[in-house]
Structure formats: C-alpha cells, structure tokens
Write a protein that binds this ligand. Structure first.
Ligand code: ATP
Ligand code: MG
Length: 398
C-alpha cells in the first residue's frame, strides 16, 4: 500500500529475494510503481483496488502510515497484513499514540512530552501555564514538520488552532532537546523481535537532515534504555513488521518518546548500506513469516537526505537536465536559480564510501525528498569527512 520511496526500496528488497511486488497507489507515476511488478492504480479506500490487491498477493504491508486503517482491516479478511490495522491506527493518530505511550510507560520506562488535546475554545482556555511555550500539532496527517505551529501564549494557540481550520490538535510542551534519536525495530508473527543500533538524527526546517550511526552523543546507558523501550512498545502493541520510534534526549540525559512510524523509516535508510539486513529486507522477512535477519552494523554510517532544493542551486552545477539527466563534467556554472539542473553526482560518487539512492521522482521541488546518500567508512570520522565533502559539492551547508 503506497507508492512512495519506502515502497520502492521495499520492492527492491523483496525482488532481490525472488518475490514479486504489487503496489496500490492512486498516482500514475510513482517511485514504488516504477519498481513494482504490478501497479494497481487506485485510491487507498477503493474497494475494487483493495480486492484486486488481496487477490494478487499473499501478504500486504504499508509504506504510508496514513493508509486508512479500515482498508487494512478489509485486506486482512483475505490476506496476511502486517502491520495490522490496530498498530497503524494508533500510529496515525497523535492522540491515540500519546495515550498508548502513557499506558505502556510502566513497561517501556519512557513517557511522551506533557501534552493536551485541543478541540475547542474551552480547551484553549484550560491550557495549564506549564504547557507553554509549546508546539501545536494536527492530530492526523502531519509529516516533515507540516501541520505544526510553535506557540508561546494561549492567544497564539487560539490563532494557530483557527488557522488549521479548528481540526483536533495536540498541544505539546516545548522541550529543551539535547539531541534526537530513533530506534528501528522489527517483530515477527511469532513474537521474536530485533532492534537495530540506535541512530542520532539532525532535523533541518522540520525535515530529517542527517542520520549518524553510531550517534556521536549517544551514551551506552541511553542506547540501552531506548532499545529496551522500543522492544517493550512493539510487544505491547502486538506489532508485526518494522517499526521506528523517535525519542528526544534532554540535557539531563533523560529520554522522552516522541512518535512512532509503523513502517521502515527515513532514519533507517543507512541499514541498506551499513547493516547485514536492511530495514526493507527485514520487512520482507516479517511479512513472509521468515526468521528475522541479523541487524548487525558492519560499518559506521552517515545518511544525508537529498532534497529537491539542490536541483535549483547554481554554484555547483555541471550540465543542464536537458542532457538527459546525466551529469557531464566541466559544464559551466550558470547563475540562474530557476534553472533545474542535475547535481554533480559524478563528483559525489568519486568520494570513498558513497552510496547514492535516488527515488525516480521526475520533478524536483524544494523540500521534496528526492533521494539520500549514505557514506560508510572504517571509522565514523572518515564517513563524516566524506559527507562534508559531498555537502560542499552539492551546495548544502554541512
Ligand atoms: P516526521 O517527519 O518525523 O513525521 P512530524 O511532522 O510527524 O515529523 P514530529 O516528529 O512530532 O513531527 O516533530 C518534528 C520535529 O520537531 C522533531 O523532530 C523535533 O525536532 C521538533 N519537535 C517536535 N515536538 C517537540 C517538542 N515537544 N519539543 C521540542 N521539539 C519538538
Ligand atoms: Mg517525527
């Protein structure tokens, strides 16, 4: 279910193990559809489309967390679905997700940020002082920092709530983050689970910028706690498949659970190039009822998201996209920021340990995830050094 880059990389992993993949997605040209053996062009709630998918598959998963839970329930009547509607419905609703984190805190040992549901003027008036300053987040459909407004007073909460069309929101206390980490885990139908090394994430403008593993700031104690929390959370959910949990680490070293994604996650892309079993191969194993794979990381890694912005920068360009998209060395830089130009992949791929993953998206747009680069090296310092060199080539501030 879903035609994005996560589905594309899942298809690659499944096909490398000999499986065929069908993708259900309303958009005609999509990253996963390009890679899939079959594309069912239908909406996520389209009954005929869902039934066609169920008829052609032995197992269904989702790469998009906003697939309606009802669609997953319908599919589950005739085919194995992992993750199931319950796990996805909790993760796609911030209120249900926070309530679940609070209810499972005795087992996980972690709590979410202090928060309050805002769905009326009375809720705005009842905001306790110590929840401000905070962040007002829409309960559904938020991603990459979209559907979020930072607020300092009740008046600002009211204005933000109005600007979001008075849809139910969650006000979260703004916490002083020392850094952000995520834990990728997978659980099989037999209840066995694995947990990947903890990843340290840097966000820029609300979008994941880099993931570094091992994280330079992560203490052994923090890693152990976050990994144990993640495994308690998937067990508590009765979850099957790959799930990623984001945590905040505060200045005193304490952990706060932020949110979970019921699927492979952007911060787990490094596993493709740096771990024995990638997060996508792991999802294939969980769906197929196979033993979960070895999560061992064989090389330190740094992942950089490639956003559409760099197709518009102009101090690094080689040749226009009209050349067929292939970068030709020695092209003259032209100071025209409106011209779409292919980044200098030839120079980037000359750096040691570079792995380029592009998602097949035709149109680069600012803020759009076009691909990612993972640098692996014998030491983290070398991987970071090569990543910094790539940033310089691509015109990205490191
Ligand atoms: P994603 O792209 O992960 O789906 P999202 O739009 O669902 O993101 P969050 O992960 O909740 O939103 O928030 C995005 C970022 O905003 C966080 O990674 C963090 O940097 C910051 N942030 C969110 N909540 C808080 C908070 N309570 N205190 C401080 N910073 C926060
Ligand atoms: Mg997030």
């Amino acid at each position: 279910m879903g035609g994005g880059q996560l589905g594309r990389m899942f298809a690659h992993a499944a096909q490398s193990m000999g499986y065929n993949v069908a993708v259900l997605e309303p958009a005609a040209d999509c990253p996963a559809g390009q890679a899939a053996n079959r594309l069912i062009k239908a909406g996520y709630s389209d009954v005929a489309g869902l039934d066609a998918l169920a008829a052609q598959c032995v197992a269904v998963t989702t790469e998009f967390e906003n697939v309606p839970a009802d669609s997953l329930s319908r599919l589950a009547q005739s085919v194995f679905v992992a993750p199931n509607a319950h796990g996805v419905s909790v993760a796609q609703d911030r209120v249900a997700e926070k309530a679940f984190f609070v209810a499972s805190a005795a087992k996980s040992g972690v709590l979410p940020a202090p928060h309050k549901v805002i769905s009326s003027e009375a809720d705005v008036q009842a905001i306790p002082d110590d929840l401000l300053p905070g962040i007002l987040k829409t309960v559904r459909m938020g991603y990459d920092g979209k559907g979020q407004v930072r607020v300092k007073s009740r008046d600002e909460v009211r204005a933000a709530f109005e600007s979001m069309g008075r849809v139910t929101c969650l006000l979260e206390k703004m916490l002083p983050l020392a850094y952000e980490v995520s834990v990728l885990t997978a659980r099989g139908a037999d209840g066995a689970s694995v947990v990947y090394p903890i990843a340290e994430n840097v966000h820029r403008d609300g979008i994941l910028f880099t993931t570094t593993v091992p994280g330079p700031n992560i203490t052994d104690d923090c890693a152990r706690k976050a990994q144990a929390a993640a495994q308690a959370i998937v067990a508590e959910l009765g979850y099957v498949g790959v799930l990623c949990i984001e945590f905040f680490v505060l200045a005193d070293g304490s952990l706060v659970v932020n949110e979970m994604a019921p699927r492979p996650h952007n911060s787990g892309h490094y596993t493709i190039d740096a771990c024995v079993t990638s997060q996508f191969a792991q999802q294939v194993r969980a769906m197929a009822g196979l033993p979960l794979g070895d999560v061992r990381q064989h090389s330190p890694a740094v992942m950089l998201n490639i956003l559409g912005d760099i197709w518009f920068a102009h101090d690094f360009v080689t040749e226009p996209l009209a050349s067929g998209g292939l970068p030709l060395p020695g092209g003259a830089a032209q100071a025209n920021a409106d011209t779409v130009r292919e980044p200098a992949w030839d120079k980037v791929l000359a750096l040691p340990g570079a792995n380029l993953h592009l998602y097949g998206k035709e149109e680069p747009r600012r803020g759009r995830k076009m691909g990612h680069l993972t640098f692996v090296a014998p030491t983290l310092a070398e991987a970071q050094q090569h990543l910094n060199a790539a940033c310089a080539i691509l015109g990205i501030e490191p």
